[in-house]
Design a protein around this ligand. Structure first.
Ligand code: NCD
Length: 330
């Protein structure tokens, strides 16, 4: 295999789920992301690899960090980026998804980034428009770039996630982050544990290739990292959770609980956090243990890598033109 990530043609037209990515794809994504991560530390963050391309971020669900992350990623690569988000008129006016898709396609964007409350929405846009589409979260289904940025963050610390024991704690049932992370961590041969109350675990969790725990102290035993998840109040029907206080007492992560894990165990959270519910403020802000801000930083770099790889298929400039442009310094 070539070590040059720019000599590699990404075989996928879209990034809709983690399934379908192979180890070479992952290596290419992470190699590019590393390069972008390093550049993002410096003063000159701009590249021109997406120059001339238009990226539309279509966010039907409210979002701050994911939307900003995709917007920055596109802009740093030189794309023209347009945001349509939950507050925008056409989304509020109840236009059908099919009409929105056809309207946007007529504007000839080259990349679509879609977040929606229903599973399958990003796939629908990809299929209806034929435009390279990134799933930025579809209902409780998948959020592949979050999983990629989580693994990238861990790889930066450890070099590899293979053989590491990682617990995902909390509201697995409603979490697209958990679904994508479980698929990706399994693909990379990590040992994945999930832990939460039975009401917040999917009925078929025994088919997901994870070990299942209801007791947090047991789940943390020997862990190298813990991902704790937000209680997703907006997706929760009544009765799944007795009370947040009780949930916090049983499943809330704090320094004391973490003593059950390995001494150098790291903690992660995709954000936004319910402080002192699923994680104590002191732990979330502990710079020796918490990777939460590293995850945000990794997010821009990983999304830059994904947008670039998908743009290889975009029609308006050849990829070689883009690489030349990049080498000639944008
Ligand atoms: C996650 C999401 O939207 O799925 N957040 C994010 O992408 N920043 C997790 C969550 O909302 O709890």
């Amino acid at each position: 295999m070539s070590a040059d990530p720019y000599a590699y043609t990404f075989p996928h037209s879209d990034l809709l789920s983690v399934g379908g990515l192979n180890p070479i794809d992952l290596q290419m994504i992470f190699t590019r992301a590393e390069e972008h991560f390093a550049r993002n530390q410096g003063e000159d963050k701009k590249l021109g690899t997406l120059k001339g391309l238009t990226q539309i971020n279509l966010f039907f669900e409210a979002s701050t960090r994911t939307l900003a992350s995709f917007e920055l990623a596109g802009k740093r690569l030189g794309a023209d980026v347009v945001n349509f988000s939950a507050g925008n008129a056409s989304i509020k006016k109840g236009e059908s998804l099919a009409d929105t898709a056809l309207t946007l396609a007529a504007m000839k964007p080259d990349l679509l980034v879609v977040r929606h409350g229903s599973a399958g929405a990003a796939r629908f846009f990809a299929q209806t428009t034929g435009i390279a589409t990134v799933n930025a979260g579809d209902g409780a289904h998948e959020h592949p770039t979050q999983a990629l940025l989580d693994s990238f963050t861990l790889i930066q610390r450890w070099g590899d996630v293979a053989g590491r024991r990682i617990a995902i704690v909390g509201d697995i049932l409603h979490s697209r982050v958990a679904r994508s992370n479980i698929a990706l961590l399994n693909l990379m041969h990590a040992e994945v544990r999930v832990c939460g109350p039975a009401t917040l675990l999917p009925g078929d969790i025994d088919q997901w290739g994870v070990s299942v725990f209801h007791d947090l102290d047991q789940a943390l035993e020997g862990c190298d990292a813990v991902m704790t998840l937000r209680i997703q109040r907006e997706r929760m029907s009544n009765g799944l959770l007795a009370s947040e206080r009780e949930y916090g007492a049983l499943y809330g992560l704090n320094h004391q609980r973490l003593e059950h894990a390995k001494p150098d165990c790291l903690i992660m959270h995709p954000g936004p956090m319910n402080r002192n519910v699923e994680i104590s403020s002191a732990l979330a802000d502990d710079p020796d243990i918490s990777l939460i801000l590293d995850q945000v930083e990794s997010g821009v770099a990983v999304r830059m890598a994904i947008l670039e790889l998908l743009a290889q298929k975009a029609p308006s400039m050849t990829w070689q033109d883009r690489v030349n442009y990049r080498e000639g310094d944008a």
